[in-house]
Write a protein that binds this ligand. Sequence first.
Ligand code: FAD
Length: 410
Amino acid sequence: VDGVDAVDVVVVGGGIGGLANALALTQKGLRVRVLERAAEFGEVGAGLQIAPNCTRILDHWGLLDEVRSLGVLPENIVMKDAVDGSELTRLDLKDVEARYGAPYLVIHRSDLHGVLLRACRRAGVDLVTDVAVTGYEQEDGRATAIHAGGRETAPVVIAADGIHSVARPLLSDDEPVSSSYVAYRGAVPATQVEALGVSMRDVVVYVGPKCHFVQYPLRSGEMFNQVAVFESPKARAGEEDWGTPDELDHAFADTCEEVRAGLPLMWRDRWWRMFDREPIPTWVTGRIALSGDSAHAPLQYLAQGAVMAIEDAYVLSEHVAAQLAAGMGADGLDWDAALAAYGAVRPEHCRRVLTTARAWGELWHHVGDERLWRNEVMRSRDVHDYSFVDWLYGPTALTPDEEPTMFAPA
Ligand code: FAD
């Protein structure tokens, strides 16, 4: 492949993380090729919440207006108890935007993916489908992605190939960690929920005993997104047929009317087991770098998975830009320095997100007295206290020095 169509970077995987890397590096002047296993670029699933630490970057890339026009800017994130429906705490998202200088948005996954895909096309990224990478090699400062149809070699290969990454075993022998929680999703036309009296202005999260339920509007309020998550007894027992609709209904049987009213609108023909990955401290080996879920698939409780993937792309591209600014040009770029700078800051940040997401999920799912205690603690929070999210929603750190101390008082 070296020769006429040689590129500076090969990105494996064309999900949100892969496209973000391709776009960011192309904007800095590099030639990038994306290899995607699927026959078409696309995203399955429903809504995504994207916090200010992501929208700030999308703005930097010139994409925020388009993302805003496709998404919804909710007014609040409201947390409620799923059993009695009472409010526990909230984040005022106008305040959040004022504090962090970037909005909190919700958007359909395929819309965010589409924005990145169009931007990649405009920027001239070489987008290749139907290529499943099966292995990697590297020597003399160049890395190769191997696939059934041949080999793609470049100074750097970025593996953004998701939680079941083929590249990750180069750095770690861990496996995805299965939780016994299962998610049902459902994005339906807003007209279907009008009669339910749901909020079309807020993200509402009902936290309950071994279950939770999330609702928010999508597509300028034309659609309504719901996610129902619960611990599957059959998954816990190691049985094969985990997560069936009868388990869904049983898990939410004792929840409040508002939650139960939303359940019939879930897609009932497919459901997802929740997996994450153990944090690993090293994402770079030679000229191969992990990015996105391949590096740090989280449990979704902090809604930072796609956000972290976009941050990864931003951080690496800014270090590449710093190298280019040093005047060497793409051919003389000190990739080892750029990759080392990326590896010095991102794994530690994402380790915190992964471990906090696990703890946050446990707090959501408390039962009995622990649930009552959780409710008291949440109700006593000053709604203007942002110390729990400053470390997430503030500017993305480019170096370890810039990384905020967790839970530092505002
Ligand atoms: P993926 O989306 O998995 O993309 C990987 C791509 O690589 C795919 O296109 C795949 O086809 C391709 N690929 C895989 N293997 C190969 C191969 N061998 N060769 C070539 N191509 C390959 N995140 C948020 O930020 N906010 C949220 O609100 C949020 N909610 C979530 C809710 C749920 C229920 C779940 C499960 C996740 C949620 N996330 C959320 C997390 C988010 O969806 C992921 O973290 C994010 O999509 C990861 O993107 P990625 O590009 O790294 O990986």
